[in-house]
Design a protein around this ligand. Structure first.
Ligand code: F6P
Length: 537
């Protein structure tokens, strides 16, 4: 993969101000992908035709299409763990068979989805109740990472579709989290869903035990089981925890944690929005899968999103990218994408174990607009580092009576992308201040009001954030990560980088308890252990 050439081509393209490119024939249309109801516009970037051609050439040189087919058809492309990668099967609602080692996984996927739906509808309509009680009023999903971020993000995104019990999420091992969530709830009408693929994650298991004690205090340990369900592939461990197998929804090792909201891990969401809306989200994801699998790179949403990402990060060296949804209900999307992108592509070695010849995937961060505008956009507009921005916005909002507010939201989103592009020159700044200042002071004041402009951004615009559209957006980002990962030559589906800290934390606990001395630790760690012991409980 000729990363050096990409960098040369990108740097030479960057010499032309982006705004000048709009003199070219219909740049906006040519550097956009319109598919389904979605429009992805990457024309406000420095990418030119030569750069794009090179990226498409690199896409083919990396054999992305073959790798993509291998993923969809159950090939073991997660090579370090010897696993297939088939989250796409979870939304293959009306598709054909998907074989893993010669066995079609689709009957199992459909059966689990149907079981989830029966359970979810039972909780929603009150036919599944706690022992001797009324219907469940609240659902608490206990999970972390992929067992939390997906359903938590989607439950907030789809708030207008909630017509089931209230839905809460507990992830942090910090007791403050579960304490604060349970505070307002009644244990006798609360359903706790323990979501953990492995059912060993320390945060989740600790919180699950806390929740069980909380429920048992009110209804008795013998009745506590009726308040629990589990989402896991480790059925032996769910049984040991005492969860009735009828309330365990399993999935296979070919569903990675951060790709798992489409199956059982989405149960809390399904309870909140109902089976029909949940299936609509899956259908949106399936639409994106088909689009990704079939369409040529230039017309392919995830592919062009990926190539734009590589252009900015590996081509131009911009280490971060900001995800800026103008959609308050997507306020957890940046956190969701942090796991999806950074746990998938934040790796220093390629699939064969050799050092990566180029930087790994970018640092992803963001906040919804317009809030971010009043916080960190200052740096985005005038700071010395360039942050490529990924805006997204719905043309409509759900609040019909507040359409004027939505118009303001859209206006702000479009204006920010325009401001980043055009900036403001010193001459323009001077002109605006001419009546207020003069001479040296005019010049000094004007300099503070200059916007360099020429700052890259992309825009994803969609009609309305429905379950179907959310499914399209999330699947688009999943495939973007896949394309970037394949082109970088790394394995997007393992996460060894989370292990060391977990191991050391286990070792640290006895030190904090004082049952062992901090011998052999570095000076800083020993000092911190001493402080925590002195001031802790
Ligand atoms: O520690 C990282 C991780 O393994 C993530 O990949 C995963 O989403 C999360 O922990 C939770 O894992 P589990 O679902 O097994 O509890």
């Amino acid at each position: 993969m000729d990363w050096h050439r990409l960098s040369q081509v990108a740097k030479s393209a960057e010499a032309t101000p982006i705004i000048d490119r709009f003199g070219e024939d219909d740049r906006a249309r040519d550097f956009s992908v319109a598919a389904g109801d979605l429009l992805f516009d990457y024309s406000k970037t420095s990418m030119d035709a030569a750069g794009r051609d090179l990226l498409v050439e690199m896409f083919h040189a990396a054999n992305v299409p073959a790798r993509r087919s291998a993923m969809f058809s159950g090939g073991k492309i997660n090579e370090t763990e010897g696993r297939a990668v088939l989250h796409t099967a979870l939304r293959n609602l009306d598709g054909g068979p998907v074989l893993v080692e010669g066995t079609d996984v689709m009957p199992g996927v459909r059966e689990t989805l149907d079981r989830m739906e029966v359970f979810a509808e039972g909780v929603r309509d009150g036919s599944i109740t706690p022992r001797g009680g009324h219907a469940f009023s609240d659902v608490v999903n206990i999970g972390i990472g992929g067992s939390d971020l997906g359903p938590a993000m989607a439950a907030l995104a789809l708030a207008p579709y909630h017509d089931g019990p209230r839905c809460h999420f507990v992830s942090n091992v910090d007791g403050a989290h579960i304490n604060d969530v349970l505070l307002g709830l009644d244990p006798s009408s609360t359903l706790v869903i323990v979501a953990s693929k492995t059912f060993t994650t320390i945060e989740t298991m600790t919180n699950a035990e806390t929740a069980r004690e909380w429920i048992a205090r009110k209804v008795g340990m013998d009745n506590a089981g009726a308040h629990f369900a589990a989402l896991s592939s480790a059925t032996d461990k769910t049984a040991a925890f005492g969860i009735d197998p009828d309330r365990v929804f399993g999935f296979e090792d070919w569903v990675g944690g951060r790709y798992s909201m489409w199956g059982p891990i989405g149960l809390s969401l399904m309870i909140a929005i109902g089976g029909q809306a949940f299936r609509a989200m899956l259908a949106g994801g399936q639409w994106m899968d088909r689009h990704f699998a079939a369409v040529e790179p230039l017309e392919n949403l995830p592919v062009m999103l990926a190539l734009t990402g590589l252009w900015h990060n590996q081509g131009l060296g911009h280490a971060t990218r900001a995800v800026l949804p103008y959609e308050q209900r997507l306020s957890r999307l940046p956190a969701y994408l942090q796991q999806l992108e950074m746990e998938s592509n934040g790796k220093g070695v390629s699939m064969d174990g050799a050092a990566l010849p180029v930087h790994s995937g970018p640092i992803v961060w963001g906040e919804p607009g317009t809030n971010g505008q009043h916080a960190f956009y200052q740096l985005i507009h005038q700071g010395t580092r360039v942050v490529p921005c990924e805006f997204m916005v719905g043309a409509r909002g759900h609040e019909e009576a507040l359409a004027h507010q939505h118009r303001l939201l859209v206006a702000n989103c479009l204006a920010q992308s325009e401001a980043l592009l055009r900036g403001r020159t010193l001459g323009e700044a001077r002109e605006r201040l001419a009546g207020t200042f003069e001479g040296v002071e005019l010049d000094r004041q004007a300099r503070h009001r200059v916007f360099p402009g020429n700052r890259p951004s992309t825009m994803l615009i969609y009609p309305l954030l429905t379950p179907y559209v959310l499914g399209q957006i999330v699947a688009m980002y999943e495939h973007r990560v896949f394309v970037e990962g394949v082109m970088l030559g790394l394995n997007s589906f393992d996460q060894w980088g989370v292990e060391l800290g977990k191991e050391l934390a286990q070792d640290m606990e006895p030190l904090l308890l004082g049952s062992r001395e901090a011998d052999g630790k570095d000076g800083s760690t020993s000092q911190l252990v001493d402080y925590a012991r002195k001031h802790g409980d």
